[in-house]
Design a binder for this molecule. Structure first.
Ligand SMILES: *[C@@H]1O[C@H](CO)[C@@H](O)[C@H](O)[C@H]1NC(C)=O
Ligand SMILES: *[C@@H]1O[C@H](CO)[C@@H](O)[C@H](O)[C@H]1NC(C)=O
Ligand SMILES: [Fe+2]
Length: 425
């Protein structure tokens, strides 16, 4: 058994591969998902849905050629009692011209109910989704830094089997990285899941896609393709918003837009936290891309992590946030409840879940020794599940993609801070 300083020295010298106990799986390349041969230039494709208010759903889809933006839906297959027209938009990115981006908000919808819907003509396939329950229990699937590799496919297959109600994605979706056709490919890859359950996302650095002179607008594709319910939560930007589902208030923050004390995001966050009613939503959860706590050597000291934490940590602590999920670092790590670097029973649990499976591969090197506040860390691809059982208990679990098989590698019960009298929520 080598001594700890020797291990650290070897790691420092770049020999980490040789002393690390597992042989971590290598990265897999992005795979382009073509348009299915059954579909034509007027067929709806890349269908995904997202929550709007407490009883509506946004249906988003794309057609190569422009078609009417109409969604017909109902609670029995093939019978559509309701019809809604939405809006259509397009965007340019250098030489790329998008298809028609359709977006329609349907509802009011009943909780915990299967709806059947069609966003095209009768010859296009009928789809269905299930709404979340009005109250717990509710089951979230969580995966960041997804990309579109065979590891992503593996992660998605495991999530599909998890019987989740809502997916939460803390940034870095397609890894299109300016190649716009890869956004279309990503849309087709995730459609089987994202058309059946709401996918609620926030942005990561791979969504910025700003190129000096050539394309000077950030988030063009992301904001056009992944419209989130920001207006409904009083936000002026698709890059940060909140929503409530089944007794949980979820806040999506933006690591790549202003977050300082005089920013619109900061002020919106203060107002939004002020609106949280822990009797209605005992659980308060935050997602952000760049982690505020991280003992991996990847992404240490970055502005979006360090400065955002400096600016906003006190707000989250003061509001008694239960959990903060982040991505960015391609590995899994769970911290204890923390505030200002120290274990604190009334601070949020920080969980980094940037291990969805993107083409960049895993972040395998850790700071040694493991900080006391870091409860579990492992560089493997996988996904997380948060099962909120009731107002006081939630079961968190992390599932590693072990040779493509899902293996539960970490699990812990979380108690909501409202149920801890010493935190005076
Ligand atoms: C939707 O648009 C179509 C065609 O423009 C129109 O015939 C229909 O009445 C509209 N439906 C609703 C619900 O507004
Ligand atoms: C909440 O769920 C936990 C875990 O199943 C259980 O032990 C506890 O009694 C429940 N609390 C209430 C109020 O039902
Ligand atoms: Fe990232």
């Amino acid at each position: 058994m080598a001594s700890r300083p020797l291990l650290a020295a070897l790691a420092f010298a770049g020999f980490f591969c040789c002393v690390f106990p597992y042989d971590r799986p290598p990265a897999r390349p992005s795979r382009f998902v073509p348009l299915s041969e059954r579909l034509t230039s007027t067929s709806p494709q890349q269908v995904h849905i997202s929550l709007v208010g407490n009883d509506k759903m946004r249906i988003s889809w794309i057609t190569e050629d422009n078609t009417p933006t109409t969604v017909r839906y109902g609670t029995s297959p093939g019978e559509y009692d309701f019809s809604v027209n939405g809006s259509t938009s397009f965007y340019h990115y250098m030489m790329y011209q998008s298809g028609a981006l359709h977006d329609a908000v349907i509802g009011p919808l009943k909780p915990n109910t299967v709806y059947y819907y069609r966003c095209g003509s009768n010859s296009d396939p009928e789809l269905s989704f299930k709404t979340a329950p009005a109250q717990f229990p509710v089951h979230f699937a969580i995966a960041g830094d997804l990309g579109q590799t065979d590891w992503t496919t593996s992660t998605l297959a495991h999530i599909a089997k998890s019987n989740y109600d809502v997916l939460l994605l803390p940034g870095d979706l397609s890894y299109a990285d300016t190649e716009q056709q890869l956004w279309d490919s990503f849309g087709r890859l995730v459609e089987p899941l994202a058309s059946q359950r709401p996918w609620m996302v926030t942005q990561g650095n791979h969504e910025v896609e700003e190129i000096p002179v050539l394309h000077s607008h950030p988030f063009t594709a992301y904001n056009a393709r992944w419209i989130m319910p920001f207006e409904e939560s009083g936000s002026d930007s698709n890059l940060y918003y909140s929503f409530e589902v089944s007794g949980v208030h979820v806040i999506m923050l933006g690591s790549y837009t202003d977050f300082g004390a005089s920013s619109a995001q900061y002020n919106w966050l203060k107002v939004d936290l002020g609106k949280v009613d822990r009797k209605r939503t005992p659980w308060l959860v935050v997602l952000v891309h760049a982690p505020w706590y991280n003992s991996n050597t990847a992404h240490q000291g970055e502005y979006e992590s360090v400065d955002m934490k400096d600016a906003m940590e006190k707000l989250l602590y003061g509001a008694h946030v239960d959990v903060v999920f982040a991505g960015h670092v391609h590995a899994y790590e769970r911290f204890t409840r923390v505030y200002k670097e120290k274990a604190n029973n009334c601070g949020p649990v920080y969980i980094n879940i940037g291990d969805g499976g993107n083409r960049e591969g895993l972040a395998k090197e850790y700071i040694d020794p493991q900080p006391k506040i870091s409860a579990f860390r492992e560089a493997s691809f996988g996904h997380g599940e948060l099962q909120v059982v009731n107002g006081t208990h939630a079961l968190w679990s992390w599932h590693r993609n072990d040779d493509d098989e899902p293996v539960q590698a970490d699990s812990t019960w979380l108690r909501s801070l409202v149920s801890d009298p010493s935190c005076k929520v």
